[in-house]
Design a protein around this ligand. Sequence first.
Ligand code: B4P
Length: 194
Amino acid sequence: MFNLILFGPPGSGKGTQSEKLIAKYNFKHLSTGDLLRSEIARKTSLGLDAKKIMDRGELVPDEVVIGMISSALESNPDAVGFLFDGFPRTCAQAEALDKLLALKNMSINVMLALNVTEEELVKRLLKRGETSDRPDDNNEQVIRTRIQEYHKKTSIVADHYKKSNKVVMIKGEGSINDIFEGLTKEIDSRIKNK
Ligand code: B4P
């Protein structure tokens, strides 16, 4: 079992790199953004509440996303490992994740943190906004709010994992394949040493 957190600000390439990582390693992909968007698409009451918050660029309440992750862990008992994408985003989420994993005698093996400048983040998200139907990518002010939320509530989550030496910074600018290589190098060396 190998559990990985792919970390970074909005637009840093988490979703993009996750797709390639799950294809290579067969991890179970747990993206709270995707889980929330699926609730919105199905018009569930959770989805309708979350949509208003996400459209403003703010974070959905901890108990909602922790509940989603808890049931996803329960429903995938045979996973070879989990790739957490966009979760945890607050210290409360990180503490809850540690507890949920400990109940199953599991822990996080590594947090790979993508490093990208703010101007590049805004550029990428506005570009995606031209073709995606994501309302949170269409408006520069909302994008800036998402980045502020990251600085206020999410970036400190890395400190939680630094205490146990689990954080590795990865250059998040350049070609998608070069960034992927940087990530796989770190994963492979850890899988080998397990
Ligand atoms: P998420 O779905 O997690 O999305 P994101 O952080 O905005 O984007 P991501 O980082 O995955 O995108 P990527 O860089 O791959 O969150 C959306 C919202 O959901 C949050 O704002 C929040 O409201 C809510 N939410 C989710 N999880 C939550 C939680 N745990 N707690 C509370 N609320 C939560 O892609 C961006 C663009 O960059 C793409 O167009 C891609 O093609 C491009 N790109 C990627 N790599 C590139 C490269 N190397 N060069 C150039 N472009 C690149």
